[in-house]
Structure formats: structure tokens, C-alpha cells
Unconditional design. Structure first.
Ligand SMILES: *Cc1c(COP(=O)(O)O)cnc(C)c1O
Length: 418
């Protein structure tokens, strides 16, 4: 038995359903490795020694390449002198200063550990600041795994979501209807900067929708919250809605700003400083200095390198090459969202059997793609990596074309899709 299969079997005995959460391969083709042994630059290796060019980037945290040397050095230096201590390291202040200086709307920062900490804190701060209860959340958008926002309903009570009102992202009339429903009890509107929901095409924001959300919040005193946990620093060196020239009151950050070290942040404007100051927010590991050192090193590279332009150029190369390769074999693919955060879906593939078939043929060739979640390019990828991906994709499309009659939908995925 391979190491990966053995670990999977043992995991099933000591974890309730085996590996849980977003990294579970339960909703991926069977060929996907569940356990990894190491990562370097743009690559990961599974426990059986297979190498993959990694287009998931740890589902977001890997921005610059795994084990980026200057980030690694900053972490090692901090670990050598102290990480979780009885008080924060002074570099906490330096990191908050750095974030406030980089992010246009921000006057203050609170640091935490996971994106869910930051989005949940954003709601609490909005309610503390306004004294109101209702929060508008877009249907289908991901803001974390707490009861108020988890996409899977097991164990969640209606009461957990009693004051959440749903609206359709990027749809101004639906936003306005939700605002009317909230009446004079509107505490905040939370929005992803782009639509990056699972299973569907991505979408960029209509500037008019973003501006209308800003205007509603100005008129009602509600807080505008941008959830930049996934897209932050992947689209811009400022809040992602700087691209549509709209400044939120609060923004949530996580995933990549320490290049994989565990840290997240809630950034806010002076308008809600008092509300934020009144909230009791903390966690045993929130003040760890090693992740803060990693963030400072990562943000220096964000400011001083062309990591973003490089990722966009690679993304354009990939999008063009994959489009051509798919067409050569008679497949129509939809490549949506920013090129450096691609979502790739097949036309006429409601049950995802074609997408799964292609992804499986790519992972077997050493390219870790995802059939229904947006992917990420990292700055450690090279044009040669992208060329190799396109060549492998061409071969995988060809094989898929021959195997079309044998494709079957994935049972566990069908259950989720309903
Ligand atoms: C991942 C993610 C979160 C939650 O972050 P965690 O670190 O997993 O808690 C929140 N919002 C968005 C947009 C995300 O992609």
C-alpha cells in the first residue's frame, strides 16, 4: 500500500470523517493526493514522493513561493528569540503601522490568526459601532467556517443567522431590497471584492454596485466591510476595491500576507475606531511574533518587487495557452476572474464530469489544478512552468477526448450539488 493510502486509512480511524475542511480531497477526483510531505517554491510533493506544480498555493497562503528565503529567515530569527510570550513583541506595532500605511482606507489594525477571526470580528465591530444588528451577506459567498457563515449547515441554528440578510453579489436592486428589509437596524454590508464562489464562474465587481454599497453605508451609518481574505494582495497592493475606487470602513485580511505563516487582520477607518476599541477580541496565539515577522518580510516584497505584475503576466500566458489547447481538442472552457486567480470550468458540464476528468489527468501528470475552486498563481512560478502546464494540458485534453464515453460523475460531489 502507498504511504498516502495508508495515511488515509489511518486518518479515517482517528478523525471523524478523515481529513476535514477545505483541504479534504473528498470532493476531488480519486487520483488526488491527500497528504503532502514538503513544499518549495511553486511545487509540493506528496507523501509518496510525487511532485506537483501547485496551482492551489495552499488555497491562498502561498503568494511568493513556498519557503521564500527572506520570509523564512525572518521567521527563524524571531523564533530564536521568542514567539508566543506574555506580551506581544514590539514588531506588532511596526506591522500595524505597515498595514495602515499600505491600505488606503485603514487608520488602525487588529491582528488575529484566521480569516474567519477577521470576518467575524468585522461583524462584531460593526454591531458595536452602530448598536444595530442586521448584516447583509451575499448568497453563496465564502467568509469562513463559523456558524454565521459556514456553507455547510450541519450543527448551525437559525438563531446563529437570525440577523443575516442575503443579497445577490454585484446586483444593486437586490442589495437595495436587502437594505429595505433591514430597515433602521442595518449594522453592515459584507462583500467579497470579486465573486470567487466555488462551482461557478468568477465575476469582477461593477463599480456602480460597489459605489452604491458605499453610498448606502454613508446614508445609514452602516459599516461597509470588504472580505479581502482571499484576494488581498493578489489583485493590488492596496485593498482590492481600490481598483473600483471604493473605500470600505473595514477590511478583513488573511491567507497570503505572511506568505503562509498564520496571521490575519481586521483593518478599519477612524470612523469605527471607538466601536473596535470597545470589543473584547483575543486568542492565545494571536500575539505570536514569528508570524508578524513573516508578515513584515512578505509585505516588504509586496511593496518592493514586481511579484504582482509577474503573476499577472504568467496568468495571461496560462489563459491564452489553455484556451488554445482546449479548442484544439474541441472543448469550450470558461476561464473567469483575474488571470492570476483563475477559475476554469467546462461548457456543458453541469455534473462536473468533464472538469473532473481533466483535473485527474492533470494531477497524474504532476500539475495540481482544481476542478471547481478558484486557483492561484504564485510569484515563484516561471514562464517555463506555464509552458509545461500548457503542454500537459494539451495531452490531457487529447486523452480526455478519447475517454469521453467513460466519464462518470463523482458521487460525493453530486450529493453536494443536489
Ligand atoms: C479563506 C477565506 C476566509 C476564511 O479564512 P480562514 O483563514 O480559513 O478562516 C474568509 N473569507 C474568504 C474570502 C476566504 O477565502
Amino acid at each position: 500500500m502507498s504511504k498516502g493510502s495508508d495515511l488515509r486509512r489511518r486518518a479515517g480511524q482517528v478523525m471523524p470523517a478523515g481529513v476535514y475542511g477545505h483541504v479534504s480531497t473528498r470532493l476531488l477526483p480519486d487520483a488526488y493526493p491527500q497528504f503532502m510531505s514538503r513544499a518549495e517554491g511553486a511545487y509540493v510533493w506528496d507523501v509518496d514522493g510525487n511532485r506537483y506544480l501547485d496551482f492551489m498555493c495552499a488555497y491562498g497562503p502561498n503568494l511568493l513561493g513556498y519557503r521564500e528565503p527572506s520570509v523564512e529567515a525572518a521567521v527563524a530569527a524571531q523564533l530564536a528569540i521568542g514567539d508566543v510570550m506574555t506580551g506581544p513583541s514590539g514588531i506588532m506595532v511596526e506591522l500595524c503601522e505597515t498595514l495602515v500605511a499600505m491600505i488606503g482606507h485603514a487608520d488602525w489594525a487588529m491582528l488575529c490568526k484566521n480569516g474567519t477571526d477577521a470576518t467575524t470580528l468585522a461583524m462584531t465591530v460593526s454591531r458595536a459601532h452602530t448598536g444595530k444588528r442586521k448584516i447583509l451577506v451575499a448568497e453563496g459567498s465564502y467568509h469562513g467556517a463559523a456558524p454565521w457563515c459556514t456553507p455547510f449547515p450541519a450543527g448551525v441554528l437559525p438563531e446563529d443567522r437570525a440577523h443575516i440578510i442575503k443579497y445577490i453579489w454585484n446586483d444593486t436592486p437586490s442589495l437595495e431590497a436587502a437594505v429595505r428589509e433591514a430597515g433602521d437596524d442595518l449594522a453592515g454590508i459584507i462583500a467579497s471584492p470579486i465573486k470567487h464562489d466555488a462551482f461557478v464562474d468568477q465575476m469582477l465587481p461593477d463599480p456602480a454596485y460597489a459605489r452604491r454599497a458605499r453610498q448606502i453605508c454613508d446614508q445609514t451609518g452602516a459599516m461597509l466591510i470588504v472580505d479581502d481574505v482571499r484576494a488581498g494582495f493578489r489583485l493590488a497592493r492596496d485593498c482590492s476595491w481600490s481598483l473600483v475606487d471604493v473605500k470600505p470602513d473595514l477590511s478583513a485580511w488573511g491567507k497570503c500576507f505572511a506568505n503562509g505563516q498564520p496571521i490575519s487582520a481586521l483593518l478599519g477607518s477612524d470612523k469605527c475606531r471607538e466601536g473596535a476599541a470597545s470589543v473584547f477580541a483575543t486568542g492565545s496565539f494571536w500575539f505570536g511574533a514569528a508570524a508578524m515577522a513573516a508578515a513584515l518580510a512578505t509585505l516588504r516584497i509586496v511593496r518592493e518587487s514586481d511579484y504582482l505584475e509577474h503573476s499577472i503576466a504568467l496568468g495571461e500566458q496560462l489563459r491564452a495557452g489553455l484556451g488554445d489547447a482546449a479548442a484544439r481538442h474541441g472543448f469550450a472552457i470558461r476561464q473567469t476572474g483575474p488571470v492570476q486567480m483563475p477559475q476554469i470550468l467546462f461548457e456543458g458540464d453541469a455534473d462536473f464530469r468533464i472538469g473532473f476528468g481533466w483535473a485527474e489527468r492533470m494531477v497524474k501528470r504532476g500539475f495540481y489544478l482544481h476542478p471547481w475552486h478558484n486557483m492561484f498563481l504564485c510569484a515563484a512560478m516561471t514562464p517555463a512552468d506555464i509552458d509545461a502546464t500548457i503542454a500537459a494540458a494539451d495531452a490531457a485534453f487529447g486523452e480526455l477526448r478519447r475517454d469521453m464515453a467513460d466519464l462518470r460523475p463523482h458521487a460525493a460531489l453530486l450529493e453536494i450539488l443536489g
